[in-house]
Design a protein around this ligand. Structure first.
Ligand SMILES: Nc1nc2c(c(=O)[nH]1)N[C@H]1C(S)=C(S)[C@@H](COP(=O)(O)O)O[C@H]1N2
Ligand SMILES: [Mo]
Length: 162
């Protein structure tokens, strides 16, 4: 097992960065993700939203809640109520993008099941397996927000157009 770790890609390659409207920019490699309280997900079927295609069944993931990482980076509080119009843009290594709202994550049950996963069925995942994997366990069709090789979480504060 140790020899496998030795030849794995450098941890920095799968580092996840939280940047944008946070109190501080933070970077998490897989080891650092494992240092936070973890949550075990339920098994689910990965199904594409666009085509309804069944992709595969996924055994229970273990990971850290996205809300835990966001709280660690901290949202600014100088502008009252700004958090209510903050959205989190999740970006994969390949530029694939999905969104979460502050409300969804912190003020609905959906947020409790949004994990950054590093283990599946008791087995550690590495970059080749797609780690770290962001997924939203309460989504009706989970494939779109099952982001392989999550690279960034950006906090954006939205403004009305007019
Ligand atoms: N990084 C990344 N993750 C992604 C995507 C992507 O293009 N890039 N596509 C999503 C969509 S729309 C689908 S259907 C599934 C496809 O999963 P698969 O590549 O394991 O078949 O991955 C999801 N996660
Ligand atoms: Mo998809």
């Amino acid at each position: 097992m140790d020899s496998v770790n030795m030849i794995a890609a450098p941890a920095v390659e799968s580092a996840l960065v939280l940047s944008g409207r946070f109190q501080r920019t933070l970077s998490f490699d897989l080891e650092r993700l494992k240092s936070y309280e973890s949550v075990l997900a339920r098994p689910f079927d990965l199904r594409c939203y666009t085509t309804n295609r069944f992709i595969r069944s996924v055994e229970p993931y273990r990971g850290v809640r996205l809300t835990t990482l966001i709280s660690e980076a901290g949202l600014p509080n100088e502008v009252p109520g700004e958090f209510k119009r903050t959205v989190f843009v999740a970006v994969g290594h390949d530029g694939y993008v999905v969104t979460f709202s502050w409300h969804e994550l912190f003020n609905t049950p959906i947020g409790e099941n949004v994990l950054v996963a590093y283990e599946c069925d008791g087995r550690a995942l590495d970059a080749e397996d797609g780690a770290p994997i962001l997924f939203s366990g309460s989504d009706i069709l989970p494939a779109p927000r099952h982001v392989k090789r999550l690279a960034r979480i950006e906090a954006h504060v939205l403004e009305p157009l007019a």
